[in-house]
Design a protein around this ligand. Structure first.
Ligand code: SF4
Length: 325
């Protein structure tokens, strides 16, 4: 981190100001988070679900010792298929101050010996994250910071993070507003993701590595291929190649599984004599079009579109028995 003490003080002051009138993410709630909560349901303290070395990330992120992951509770989106909904849709976990959070980063570094600090679903707690990073840097944190996001971020929050984040790890989920309205509950998701990923690229550039293959700085974009939405995945690849960088490092992920609200029984309102109550529908499932795994053909459509557009840096499994670092 190359921030001067003056710039660090300005960031601290901006972070506190945003907490008092929070319009920091695209939900634009305008609430004082010391007194109440907005759409994300998180006040002035971040809520943390899990803090641990994590071995479920890309090889260049988890390395040999794991990625020092901090899973934050809640989110500023409401994806119906959320693959992490027990954490992102529920207020489970422990409230922590920015200083306590920063102390955890130091423990992950000094005791866990991890390769980086991986902030997972942090879009709704950017002021707290900024304060925690500044605290940890002041007390000896030297690991790269990863901002692991849905890409539903505002330019104001990315400006606040500029100089503090080394690696941006954004998802780009879907392309069409009609799809994001139905599945993510946000009309403007793709437009926001396009702007925010371009801003991330402007800050840190293409992903680069240490000599032993651990990610050091840059942008790594993830796209989870969705069943029936491979054409949108192809459009996202074209955008990355044309508007971000042909050298963009991309992880085309195949592991979609129906989760959260997908495949749940529909509820039907049934009128009784005195009141109205809900009863389970018979055999009807919610979001039935995405109630299945993706096919090899769908994955191949997205991959071919990426290659045709000129992308070439993919997070592929190792072609040998060892690590693909
Ligand atoms: S971070 Fe939370 S309170 Fe602030 S604008 Fe977003 S959803 Fe609303």
């Amino acid at each position: 981190m190359t921030l001067s003490s003056v710039d660090a003080a300005k960031k601290r002051s901006a972070a506190y100001a945003h907490l008092r009138n929070c319009n920091l993410c695209p939900q634009l709630c305008g609430v004082n988070r010391y007194e109440t909560t907005g759409m994300c349901l998180i006040g002035d303290k971040a809520k943390v679900n899990v803090i641990a070395p994590h071995f479920g990330e890309e090889p260049c992120i988890q390395g040999h010792n794991g990625s020092g992951s901090v899973f934050f509770s809640m989110c500023n989106l409401r994806c119906v298929f959320c693959q992490n909904h027990d954490i992102a849709h529920q207020r489970n976990g422990q409230d922590v101050t920015p200083e306590e959070l920063g102390d955890w980063y130091l423990k992950l570094q000094d005791v866990g010996n991890v390769h980086n600090i991986n902030l997972i679903t942090p879009e709704h707690i950017v002021p707290q994250v900024v304060l925690s990073i500044l605290h940890a840097r002041d007390h000896g944190l030297s690991l790269p910071i990863i901002y692991n996001t849905s890409a539903y971020d505002s330019l104001a929050s990315l400006e606040l993070l500029d100089g503090l984040v080394d690696i941006y790890l954004p998802d780009f989920k879907v392309w069409e507003p009609v799809t994001s309205r139905r599945l993510l509950k946000a009309d403007d998701y793709a437009a926001t993701a396009r702007k925010s990923i371009k801003a991330m690229q402007a800050q840190v550039g293409d992903l680069c590595f240490t000599a032993d293959g651990i990610a050091k700085k840059g942008v790594l974009v993830r796209h989870l291929v969705m069943p029936g939405f491979e054409a949108e995945g192809a459009r996202i690849m074209q955008f990355l190649a044309e508007d971000v960088s042909k050298d963009c490092f991309v992880n085309i992920m195949e592991q979609y599984r129906p989760d959260a609200y997908v495949g749940r029984s529909k509820k039907r309102a049934k009128q009784s004599h005195k009141n109205q109550h809900e009863t389970e529908g018979e055999g009807e499932k919610r979001y039935s079009d995405i109630n299945r795994a993706v096919s090899a053909d769908e994955i191949s459509v997205v991959r071919k579109a990426a290659e045709t557009a000129g992308l070439w840096r993919f997070c592929d499994p190792a072609k040998h028995d060892g690590f693909n670092l």
